[in-house]
Ligand binder design. Structure first.
Ligand SMILES: *[C@@H]1O[C@H](CO)[C@@H](O)[C@H](O)[C@H]1NC(C)=O
Ligand SMILES: *[C@@H]1O[C@H](CO)[C@@H](O)[C@H](O)[C@H]1NC(C)=O
Ligand SMILES: *[C@@H]1O[C@H](CO)[C@@H](O)[C@H](O)[C@H]1NC(C)=O
Ligand SMILES: *[C@@H]1O[C@H](CO)[C@@H](O)[C@H](O)[C@H]1NC(C)=O
Ligand SMILES: *[C@@H]1O[C@H](CO)[C@@H](O)[C@H](O)[C@H]1NC(C)=O
Ligand SMILES: *[C@@H]1O[C@H](CO)[C@@H](O)[C@H](O)[C@H]1NC(C)=O
Ligand SMILES: *[C@@H]1O[C@H](CO)[C@@H](O)[C@H](O)[C@H]1NC(C)=O
Ligand SMILES: *[C@@H]1O[C@H](CO)[C@@H](O)[C@H](O)[C@H]1NC(C)=O
Ligand SMILES: *[C@@H]1O[C@H](CO)[C@@H](O)[C@H](O)[C@H]1NC(C)=O
Ligand SMILES: *[C@@H]1O[C@H](CO)[C@@H](O)[C@H](O)[C@H]1NC(C)=O
Ligand SMILES: [Cu+2]
Length: 571
């Protein structure tokens, strides 16, 4: 009997392997001079490219990325954003949470299954390395014989990014200084890795000649060539370090059909708002006057930014791809208009026929108040008065191995689950010097349903509240609702959308507002949940969840080598 079962299990395994292909990549990561916005800067490249190669796969495929760290003097880790890593929590690629860093000279092998179709991304998850250029797209197609619920002729990936001229080290040093030095607004916005800085703005600096070269082909505008009459699926991804963006195509409406790997009940807009860590698929029909080209633009919203819009060409075949449109680039939406952004958030619902209803109730409610605090004179972000720091031993390893100096993760006081929202004034500068730095962890009972309410508030600047895109590793969550002002636990849950909420992995928390999420803690592992703004995470805006750690299989030895596992394993 047991033999028969084993045989059947083996057979099932064999069928799965036969169905899903293995896609094997070998990536070499190093620093190289690049000029994505015409200004020469050291960028992190994968096999010479930034953005890195697009991973093209089909649902059920196994991805293997053999990653060699050739950065010379810097550690490395890559996160597969939106891939839930069911059964492979050690491949999530979050340094300090799921693995030790990959040391210079080492090779690490990520192996995971892309179990759902959709649009995802990958990016560095070590320090602030992501914004040095280490990012790319993941596109997972539906299985053979399955069709998408919408039609299109061509499929294209477009990554939006913001770009700083200062190195991540200068930025990180400023953020951890007293007095605090903010990173400021980015110099450029990049569309599919290309932007354009105005070189004459650099002349006051004593720079070597050629450092800003407007004729460098690396910074010629990104061009999307379209055939008149055809429909394009554009898979938009935002990987920005700081900026919330609007994206628009001059003279063309766009229909939103996918968000973070889930089908959206279609709606049509003139511009789409996209926050760091989000993906959207939009359908665009090339049905305007084909005798000319049009602008694709992206501009900053939510911050009073000095960053000029990013520009690209929407090129009607057979016009010359580099022919500039005859018009001025259209202006984006007003940066400080919150209403249209909230309206878009509320418009995103699961598509009819693809609705996975959430559990009707939850087992636990955790309210996360996001505040900016001073801790010992340093400016930090906190969640319920706790500013996140990474432990010496990555959580997954410490919890799984549960020994040595990792014991404190089990012993310490659980982090706070809420705040007194009746007495907290979200519209005033918080006068809270009592925040602490901690690596404390939220331990979730396996397979329970958890509600998270993210509450936004005023920063340390008068009359200022910022948009925070929160990203959850290892899960998708249902987006139950958004609200302006202070969340009211007595009345707001009655307004939750339990009928057709979209599932996502990244969601904005709007200025002075709240966002409510629900997820099932059914993926054994340790998972980061954090603001996707690079400097905010660096300043402590995140938490870690543990669930079902006892169900996690044997950790690969390549994940170890730091903290309590120092010297455990060396390649
Ligand atoms: C570039 O900057 C210079 C100096 O500030 C300005 O005069 C010029 O109009 C700018 N060019 C463009 C294309 O914005
Ligand atoms: C600018 O780039 C062009 C094209 O690559 C090159 O021909 C030219 O020499 C460069 N100018 C400078 C000052 O480096
Ligand atoms: C875009 O949509 C708006 C509102 O539905 C409509 O008024 C407009 O004509 C559309 N524009 C194009 C170019 O299709
Ligand atoms: C936005 O910034 C500009 C200068 O960059 C300033 O003139 C303007 O007053 C600012 N607006 C607000 C609402 O702060
Ligand atoms: C945060 O600290 C402030 C000031 O000490 C205190 O009033 C508040 O209750 C604390 N909040 C939480 C969630 O612990
Ligand atoms: C919350 O604050 C209100 C107003 O300050 C106070 O009346 C109430 O007792 C507090 N609740 C808790 C649980 O501390
Ligand atoms: C903040 O709290 C400190 C200590 O309680 C107090 O001395 C200071 O006046 C407060 N500042 C404001 C602006 O309320
Ligand atoms: C700060 O927090 C500690 C521990 O929670 C508490 O004992 C202390 O009274 C708090 N101080 C203030 C000023 O709220
Ligand atoms: C999780 O909970 C659901 C609903 O309570 C149950 O049907 C399922 O069997 C549970 N799964 C596991 C792995 O415990
Ligand atoms: C607060 O800031 C907003 C823009 O973010 C501005 O419109 C408003 O006038 C400001 N209010 C005050 C009182 O300064
Ligand atoms: Cu943030």
């Amino acid at each position: 009997m047991i033999k028969l079962l084993t045989f059947l299990l083996l057979l099932i395994g064999a069928i799965e392997i036969a169905e899903g292909r293995i896609r094997h990549y070998k990536w070499d990561v190093k620093y190289e001079y690049k000029s994505p916005d015409c200004v020469k800067k050291l960028a992190i490249t994968i096999n010479g490219r930034s953005p890195g190669p697009t991973i093209l796969a089909q649902q059920g495929d196994t991805i293997i990325v053999e990653l060699t760290n050739s950065l010379g003097m810097e550690n490395l880790a890559i996160h597969w954003h939106g891939i839930r890593q069911i059964g492979t929590p050690w491949s999530d690629g979050t340094e300090g949470v799921t693995q030790c860093p990959i040391l210079p000279g080492d090779t690490f092998s990520y192996r995971f299954v892309v179990d759902r179709p959709g649009t995802y991304m990958y990016h560095a998850h070590y320090g602030m390395q992501r914004q040095a250029g280490l990012y790319g797209s993941i596109r997972v197609s539906v299985p053979d014989g399955v069709s998408e619920p919408f039609a299109y002729d061509y499929d294209r990936s477009i990554i939006l990014n913001d770009w700083y001229h200062k190195s991540t080290y200068e930025q990180a040093a400023g953020l951890s200084s007293d007095p605090f030095v903010w990173v400021g607004e980015p110099q450029s916005l990049l569309i599919q890795g290309k932007g354009r800085f105005n070189c004459s703005k650099l002349t006051t600096l004593n720079l070597e000649p050629g450092v800003c070269n407007a004729t460098n082909p690396e910074c010629s505008p990104y061009t999307l060539t379209v055939v008149p009459g055809k429909t394009y699926r554009l898979r938009l991804t935002s990987i920005t370090a700081l900026s919330a963006l609007s994206f628009q195509i001059e003279g063309h409406n766009m229909t939103v059909v996918e968000a973070d790997g889930h089908y959206v009940e279609p709606f049509t807009v003139k511009n789409i708002f996209i926050y760091s860590g989000e993906t959207y698929s939009i359908l665009v029909k090339a049905e305007q006057d084909p005798s000319r080209n049009y602008w694709m633009t992206t501009s900053v919203v939510s911050r009073n930014s000095t960053t000029p819009p990013g520009l690209a060409h929407f090129n009607y075949y057979p016009n010359h791809p580099q022919r500039s449109p005859p018009t001025d680039p259209p202006a984006g939406p007003l940066w400080d208009a919150v209403e249209p952004r909230l309206a878009q958030s509320l418009a995103i619902k699961a598509r009819q026929g693809y609705i996975y209803p959430p559990p009707a109730t939850s087992d636990r409610i955790i309210v996360f108040l996001n505040t900016q605090n001073k801790i010992d004179g340093y400016t930090r972000w906190s969640v319920n008065n706790v500013s996140f720091t990474l432990p010496e031993t990555p959580y997954l390893i410490a919890l799984k191995e549960s020994r040595g100096n990792a014991q404190h993760l089990f012993d310490q006081k659980p982090p706070p689950e809420g705040y007194n929202f009746t007495s907290y004034d979200i519209y005033s500068v918080a006068n809270n010097t009592n925040a602490t730095k901690s690596d404390s962890i939220y331990r979730l009972k396996f397979n329970t349903t958890v509600d998270i309410i993210l509450q936004n508030a005023n920063t340390l600047t008068n009359n200022n509240s910022e948009t925070h895109p929160w990203h959850l590793h290892g899960h998708d969550f249902w987006v139950l609702g958004y609200g302006e002002g202070k969340f009211d636990i007595n009345s707001d849950p009655a307004r939750y959308n339990l009928v057709d909420p979209i599932m996502k992995n990244t969601v904005p928390v709007h200025r002075y507002g709240w966002t409510a999420l629900r997820f099932v803690a059914d993926n054994p592992g340790a998972w980061a949940f954090h603001c996707h703004i690079e400097s905010h995470l660096y300043m402590g805006m995140g938490v870690v969840f543990e669930e079902g750690i006892e169900k996690v299989g044997k950790l690969p030895s390549q994940n170890m080598g730091c903290g309590i596992t120092k010297g455990f394993w060396k390649p």
